[in-house]
Design a binder for this molecule. Sequence first.
Ligand code: SF4
Length: 209
Amino acid sequence: MLTRLTPTLRALLSQYQQNLPPEHYREFVEHIESLSAGFVRELEAVPAGVERARRVHQLMEGAMKDLGPDQPSCRAGCSACCHLEVEITREEGMVLAARVKKGHPIDRERLAQQAARERQGPEWQRKEQPSNRCVFLGQNGACTVYTDRPASCRKLLVISHPVECATADGKVQAITIPMAEVLLSTVISMPGVEFMSLSKGVSLALDAP
Ligand code: SF4
């Protein structure tokens, strides 16, 4: 049962509700719920924690295989999206913190400053500012934890020119991948799953004994 929806899935459902006959909309919702139930079965088969976060990443890779006709314009090194307030589960925070605990270098001071911000605070609107850089973003503009990057990072692709992502009022056209939205909505609807900023999730996991 989906109790929390990603903003993209909510917008998609609203659009379909407005444009489809009621019976077709009902069928669409039932289809979404059925896909979600399948994801729940997959996720309940693994223990909560790091293992479940890794299973979410595997499932997200599968969901991202169906991009439809859209060709992403995202390129290595265009890292504007790594200056946004990325949301992760607490379990994904544990995966990233494990890397840090094993010696992966990050700017702990910047992590703490970002974690202390109010959610969706005004600083994030300033986009490509040094203070907004994800602590896992390398100097060459590449993610330094690519294989462990959170589900939110995996599903963010655009078709607009990269310069739009880097501009404060740029017209960003994200690719909507319904399966990815159903998966993430399923994950955040699961009992006990906490969803928070990347900086907060990693900080909490680093502070845990
Ligand atoms: S985890 Fe990697 S992909 Fe995600 S925001 Fe940070 S640097 Fe970018």
